[in-house]
Design a protein around this ligand. Sequence first.
Ligand SMILES: Cc1cc2nc3c(=O)[nH]c(=O)nc-3n(C[C@H](O)[C@H](O)[C@H](O)COP(=O)(O)OP(=O)(O)OC[C@H]3O[C@@H](n4cnc5c(N)ncnc54)[C@H](O)[C@@H]3O)c2cc1C
Ligand code: SF4
Ligand code: SF4
Ligand code: SF4
Length: 385
Amino acid sequence: MIRVDDRIGCSGCTACQSVCPHDAIEMKADAMGFRYPAVDMNLCVDCGLCEKVCDFVKPCADSPKAGFSVMVNAARHRDPASLASSQSGGTAAALAEMIISMGGAVYGAGINPDFTVSHSRAVTLEECESFKRSKYVQSDLSGVFRMVMKDLKDGMKVLFTGTPCQVAGLSSFIPESLKENLLLVDMVCHGVPSPAVWKDYVAFMARKGTISEIVFRNKDVGGWKMHNGTIRYSDGRIVVNNTFNVLFYKNIMFRPSCRVCPYHINNRKSDIIVSDFWGVGEILPEFDGPTGTSMVIANTHRGEEYIERLKDSLDMKQVELSDGFLMRRNPNLFRPTRMDKDCVNFERKYTERGFLYVARRWGDIGWRFKAWKLKVFVKNLLGIR
Ligand SMILES: Cc1cc2nc3c(=O)[nH]c(=O)nc-3n(C[C@H](O)[C@H](O)[C@H](O)COP(=O)(O)OP(=O)(O)OC[C@H]3O[C@@H](n4cnc5c(N)ncnc54)[C@H](O)[C@@H]3O)c2cc1C
Ligand code: SF4
Ligand code: SF4
Ligand code: SF4
């Protein structure tokens, strides 16, 4: 049966829990809120299915060698409202619209009323709304893989969007015979932050009023290229706050598996990869601007077919990108994020001393951040790099 001795070797995809015919596996959260499988030995019959389904530890394809190039599409939703409410170019929304119009089901990550993040099922466009925009925290997949399996067995088309490890876990769980109606979409993934730190951050911000909406990266504040988080309170106030974003971009509170993420471009199990098209202005200036553009890569023939069908809803242009450009602009297509050297210390301090301590020490609250900003300002002033 599955045993996670070292947390670095488990992405929390839930495939092992979903496959267990005896419901012997529970996903239990650690102090950071990341879930790991725990086996109830009274129920387990040692059939080995859970070990077999785990994609994270399967042999990994070689990463691409220097000198390669990738055909990508720049894409932007033709409907300004869909574009405005999506994270980059609204490609995920256009795919969801297509699957819903075919009578299918869409699975994506949304923010719940209590501001936790989890995947759910949608069969109407209204239900798909909450999937739009990136939530920079690991989403809860409880029960979702079995729901996808049921929809496929019922003959429905299914779109699943998630991180590469979630997509790989689902792909490993679903038998080949049922995959014809399944469209898998993942993204270039920088890593997923801690759900526990997120929960504490929400509670911290709730001291200032009742929160009605949180946006991790709000295009309305400075445009697509800026990374401004916003909190809307029930009295109508909208506050820009980046305490959580600063910790996110410090690479200090990711799931341990993100340090060794095997899902580079050659090891993806998705049909389509979506991401922000960073640097699009250097290649296709007509796609640059504050509203956002997606980079869309077809990973399979099925992916290619679906991208072709998106031409009515997306303004698209194909372009070949060199490894040099992609490595510079979107390195997570090829390698995991390099974690901050303090990430183990962060977890220890967070567990011992709580959110406010780590937000003061590593976030933007308190004198350390102000001193760092002053240093950057002075360096820029003096032209020191
Ligand atoms: C944790 C995370 C890290 C990312 N890192 C990068 C990066 O390093 N470089 C880059 O170019 N792009 C990254 N992206 C992708 C990028 O932010 C956009 O999602 C992408 O450009 C697609 O934009 P869109 O407008 O088509 O759709 P969006 O409006 O972004 O929606 C895309 C889909 O993302 C899914 N989603 C949102 N949050 C989560 C989550 N927490 N877990 C699983 N699925 C989720 C939803 O199901 C939704 O359908 C990341 C996204 C996430 C969630
Ligand atoms: S990576 Fe997925 S399948 Fe493997 S142990 Fe973790 S939750 Fe289970
Ligand atoms: S070995 Fe079989 S019964 Fe035991 S936890 Fe794994 S899947 Fe379940
Ligand atoms: S970086 Fe890799 S392991 Fe971490 S969430 Fe993304 S795909 Fe999963």
